[in-house]
Design a protein around this ligand. Sequence first.
Ligand SMILES: C[S@@+](CC[C@H](N)C(=O)[O-])C[C@H]1O[C@@H](n2cnc3c(N)ncnc32)[C@H](O)[C@@H]1O
Length: 422
Amino acid sequence: MITPSRAAAAAALLGVFEGGRRTPEDWDAKLEGQDAGLAQALLGLVLRRWGRLQAWVRPRLREGARGLPVPTQVALAQGLAQLAWLDGVADHAAVNESVTLVSSREWGFPPHRGLVNALLRQAASDRTSLRRELEGLPAALDRSPFAGEVLEAAVPPDRVSTLWERLQVPPRPAFRALRGDAPEDLEDSGDPPGCLRLREGAPFPKGWLQSGAGMVQDASSQALMAFSWQGAPKRILDACAAPGGKTTSLGLRFPGVPIVALEQDAARARRLEANLALRGIPAEVVCADAAGWLAGPGPAFDLILVDAPCTGSVTLGKHPELTWIGHRIPRPDLLRRQARILEAALPRLAPGGLLLYAVCSWLPEEGMAHRERLASTHPGFRSADIWGRRWGPPGAFRPDPLTWEGEGFQAFALAAPSPGGA
Ligand SMILES: C[S@@+](CC[C@H](N)C(=O)[O-])C[C@H]1O[C@@H](n2cnc3c(N)ncnc32)[C@H](O)[C@@H]1O
């Protein structure tokens, strides 16, 4: 039998390396306490050190050049990660469970039982040397070409390694209180104001979140939504709304203003509706493709938020599997979708209205390249300077990834021509 924590981590790793899939949000939902802690540590370590773990194994194989099937790679990587970095795990648990894993017809590759057993026993004989050897291998081995491209887009070439190091530390979750006082386990970080962080060692505030009195929202989203604008909107549109973090921010900031929240994916639209109901945000949820819906008949909006589908490249730290599957993202299709939604949104802005476009990506093609194109195709729309200089050049929001603790964003704001032509 394999313990549930190791089974869950192995299943998630197979999903990434064999299926090219993202780690599902609920991958560890059935685990509790120490089991959940072990599974999370294991998954994070293997995803963040995958390149070095494979580089340790390769020269020890007789048929190294031909490589190993993915299930064997996963079983070995899990065993090695426990031996090298999880001091609380006993040798026999790390070795035997990986052997059991590879013995499973469902997940493993039984012919490699002996190989996995032999390599892990060798590693277990001197765990300190194993750790030293793994950490002595070049950190760049853990970066895929996709991760390299993202880092180069984010910072100058001489800061790439520094940013990569920062991304190896899982980001701390951030929260927002929506009503009442926040639990004592949360403290106001002050940056941005109202952004709450968990006190050292405090348990995750599940009950508070489930009650709708608070929500998880990254510091970058909070800073982005604290834009300074004097407009008094009569109608707001959130064009890509699920799961509803920013719709909630809009609802709190502009109480009583009708909000339409669009979401293309039916399951996500249901989740959006449930989240907004729980939080007491009265928005009208519509399940539709934003570009098609915007091109149809309907009123103008004074404020339109397009938090567009994107590669999510700023989340390499939170979602380390992205390093290994980012190259599979259909980027041309995403870019087309972003452009279509933007093109359809501009004509639906009321005179003097504000469009906010945001992506959680550092790739310029997903952000500023759209603004440049729109500047030539829609010259009447002005760049709107709604974030301070700390966040980027006028009209743009792009926090410095090397100093800012949030995940990051790339956003711009455009103002529709005013009635007087100002
Ligand atoms: C970055 S997420 C939005 C996050 C959300 N604004 C929040 O703060 O919680 C982008 C969302 O857009 C949805 N989406 C993708 N293509 C869309 C389209 N053409 N029309 C409307 N929604 C779309 C995705 O399903 C996803 O839920």
